[in-house]
Design a protein around this ligand. Structure first.
Ligand code: BG6
Length: 478
């Protein structure tokens, strides 16, 4: 691993959050161990709890040992890392504490003499983002009004707002403190090896792209299924629901990657231009088309989860038929299905091609049995399969579907970086391709708002735990 970022201080708001414990500290620790972090880096955790620097280090370590016992096995490595960890107690909504934070940042910068590059990470609930950014600006910690030479960047976790209006407001607040080039809206799906490979698969091979359009493709389906429920995130889910948690970001980003035009080049903006165009071209949802294009569901037992209302109508499942109104995709249905507590955990994209004009090997309707498919399995297996028909051995001419398969595990020996490793490094290096640009965030919210508006206050359909979702999904296919 060769990438080495500029010297910098990373400031994590929400330093005692689940996200920080599960993803941020373990990733930063490993990057440090592997030598990927700059020579001079500091990490300052900011949170409400009253902790000394030392208590904070102990708590980070305890979490890591509890969650990933394998990770902290190298005592010397841990000691070096811990020496870079600091803590500032902060009521995130109160401007006063930010001066203490400023002081702590500058104290460290002064000590090391070189480190005035600042990367802020908002690992906080979305409602806190605007006030944190305002306070940063007021304390002269934003990019604007910054008197030192170092850079200032900000990473904002999803969900980015809770609808179009709040996302616009947040964009505008952030825009007053940071230029778009310094804003990294994270969707960890974009850090997955298999998601990054979608563009490589499509645009580095000559045989797929000529067929990748409405003339040859019958439909595309995207599934993000999990065989577990909301776990202990009742309060979050009651606020968000699946549309905000997964559809607005992960699912629509997969759709954009699979449907985008080839970019002018591989610069971040060229790629993000094409993704934004896809999102902008999605056909509008209106109440009149809702019945045949939207099914929302809730798993049995959701209402008994901790911090969930007895009469909650929050969705834990959504199946939606999208159309992209452009030359390449007009009238090709894109089915996206995402849900909690389904039969299995799998994320995949299935591109189903049209049948040949003449079916010699069975009745016309049997075509779907062997229809060609490209199956991009994002996780848990990391594979790409191509399905086609082959003659079953024997006298009779009977066709069966068979698969050609590529598997990351068997074709490559290198271990890939996890999404958080990769995206943290990208943000430090200023590489924005795998972060979501302001316009795409807003287009995605407009889509989700329209979906919510189209179904009105209708309650979601119940579905049994570990099933395929509500039975009403069939109406999308009629
Ligand atoms: C998160 C969602 O963004 O992504 C979770 O909040 C979801 O609800 C998770 O479970 C899925 O990510 P991954 O990478 O674990 O499949």
């Amino acid at each position: 691993m060769q990438v080495k970022a500029d010297n910098c201080t990373i400031i994590i708001f929400g330093a005692n959050s689940d996200l920080a414990a599960r993803k941020l500290f373990p990733s930063l620790y490993e990057l440090a161990l592997w030598g990927n972090l700059p020579d001079d880096f500091r990490i300052i955790g900011a949170g409400r709890a009253a902790l000394s620097h030392e208590e904070f280090r102990v708590s980070v370590r305890e979490n890591m040992v509890k969650l990933f016992p394998e990770t902290v096995r190298e005592e010397a490595g841990w000691k070096t890392f811990a020496g870079r960890l600091f803590y500032v107690r902060l009521d995130l909504a109160e401007p006063d504490g930010y001066h203490t934070l400023h002081h702590e940042i500058m104290r460290g910068a002064g000590e090391s003499g070189s480190n005035t590059n600042l990367l802020f990470y908002l690992a906080t609930p979305p409602s806190l983002a605007p006030v944190i950014v305002r306070n940063l600006k007021e304390a002269n910690l934003g990019e604007q009004n910054c008197s030192s030479d170092g850079w200032r960047k900000i990473i904002v976790e999803k969900p980015y707002g809770r609808d179009l209006q709040s996302a616009r407001e947040l964009n505008s607040v952030i825009g007053e403190a940071f230029s778009e080039k310094r804003v990294f809206r994270i969707d960890h799906y974009l850090g997955k090896e298999t998601v990054q490979n979608i563009m490589v698969f499509r645009f580095s091979n000559g045989i797929f792209e000529p067929l990748w359009n409405r003339d040859h493709i019958a439909n595309i389906s995207i599934t993000i299924a999990e065989n577990f429920g909301i776990r202990d995130r009742g309060a979050f889910y009651e606020e968000a629901g699946l549309l905000r948690d997964i559809m607005q970001n992960h699912a629509l980003q997969l759709l954009a990657a699979v449907a985008m035009e080839p970019p002018v080049d591989l610069s971040a903006d060229a790629v993000r231009d094409e993704k934004a165009k896809v999102l902008r071209s999605i056909r509008h949802f209106i109440p009149e088309n809702a019945e045949h294009s939207i099914v929302l569901g809730q798993y049995d037992g959701y209402r008994s989860e901790k911090n969930v209302a007895d009469d909650s109508t929050v969705e834990t499942f959504a199946a939606i038929k999208f159309f992209i109104d452009n030359w390449r995709w007009k009238d090709v249905p894109f089915f996206i299905k995402a849900g909690k507590n389904l039969a299995e955990t799998v994320t995949e994209i299935v591109i189903t091609f049209k049948c040949p004009p003449q079916n010699y090997f069975g009745p016309a309707e049997s075509c779907s049995y062997t229809a060609n498919q490209v199956i991009l399995r994002i996780q848990p297996e990391e594979t790409i399969a191509i399905k086609f028909g082959a003659k079953r051995p024997g006298e009779a001419v009977i066709t069966d579907p068979v698969f050609m398969k590529f598997d990351y595990k068997t074709s490559f020996t290198e271990a890939g970086l996890t999404p958080y490793h990769r995206l943290l490094l990208d943000a430090m290096a200023g590489e924005q391709m795998n972060f979501i640009r302001q316009d795409s965030v807003e287009y995605s919210w407009a889509i989700v708002d329209a979906i919510r508006g189209a179904v009105g206050g209708q309650s979601p359909d119940l579905y049994p735990v570990h099933s395929r979702g509500p039975e009403s999904v069939v109406r999308l296919y009629s």
